[in-house]
Unconditional design. Structure first.
Length: 257
């Protein structure tokens, strides 16, 4: 720690004791910008500040610092009474990407606040551990579109047999954002069991879903898709989808000369 850094932190420590929560909040923001090791300890303490505005900023600052020393204090802060604070806490844990947070993040998928649930799904995808697959699969039934969307993306990052099965389920979601995310994920995972579900997605009412399904089948590389893709190339009214079909056909043929 530099002498100037030490002086800055010591000055900010005094501001953390100020009666005005705005002064304390500014001190917390400044601590997050110092990059000094001592800042993490002070920011963790600020997670217990009586003012929610201070706790909110402290959680965000810890997410930017990404120091694993903050994991346990952040986990302990997940029961904060303020949903905005919980959102930042969950986001910080996702940024730090420590497996110790998985169990608590799984529980956060059932939080009463949809923003917390959505952030928890993102955080679990950021960590990318298969311990989250079951909880994320359950989150595909969430009433909120964004939660289902983030859970779908997270399952795509994690992969594996159970995740793929759940992504097949997400192809039936009533919102196109979720279906697009599911098709995109399946195209990235490239599991053979996704052939039939992706073929079905070619008939989706949403043109964007059809487009990514066309691309996903090209990535899958299964020659059985050629007949369907040729039909799309010849008959689909959307130029971008026809173009995607041509690329997919060429990709499959290149893999099977």
């Amino acid at each position: 720690m530099s002498m100037s850094g030490t002086a800055d932190v010591e000055s900010l420590m005094k501001d953390l004791q100020d009666k005005d929560w705005i002064v304390r909040s500014r001190a917390v923001t400044a601590l997050g910008e110092t990059g000094e090791p001592k800042s993490v300890e002070l920011l963790c303490k600020a997670l217990k500040d009586p003012a929610s505005g201070v706790r909110l900023v402290a959680a965000g600052a810890l997410g930017l610092l990404r120091d694993t020393e903050a994991v346990i204090p952040l986990i302990n802060a997940m029961d904060d009474e303020d949903s905005a604070v919980r959102c930042n806490v969950v986001g910080a844990l996702g940024a730090i990407r420590d497996n110790r947070a998985i169990s608590s993040l799984n529980q956060a998928l059932t939080d009463e606040n949809k923003g917390v649930r959505s952030n928890a799904a993102w955080a679990l995808g950021s960590i990318g551990d298969n311990q989250a697959v079951e909880a994320l699969s359950q989150a595909l039934n969430d009433e909120d579109r964004d939660v289902r969307w983030k859970a779908t993306e997270a399952l795509g990052v994690i992969g594996g047999t159970k995740a793929v099965q759940s992504l097949h389920q997400a192809l039936e979601d009533h919102h196109s954002f979720v279906r697009i995310a599911a098709v995109t994920a399946l195209g990235q995972i490239q599991d053979e069991s996704s052939f039939e579900p992706l073929c079905k997605a070619l008939q989706d009412v949403d043109r964007d879903v059809r487009g990514v399904a066309t691309e996903a089948l090209g990535a899958l590389g299964d020659q059985r898709a050629l007949k369907l893709l040729i039909n799309i190339l010849e008959t689909d009214k959307v130029w971008n989808i026809r173009k995607a079909a041509k690329v997919a056909i060429d990709r499959i043929n290149a893999e099977h000369p």
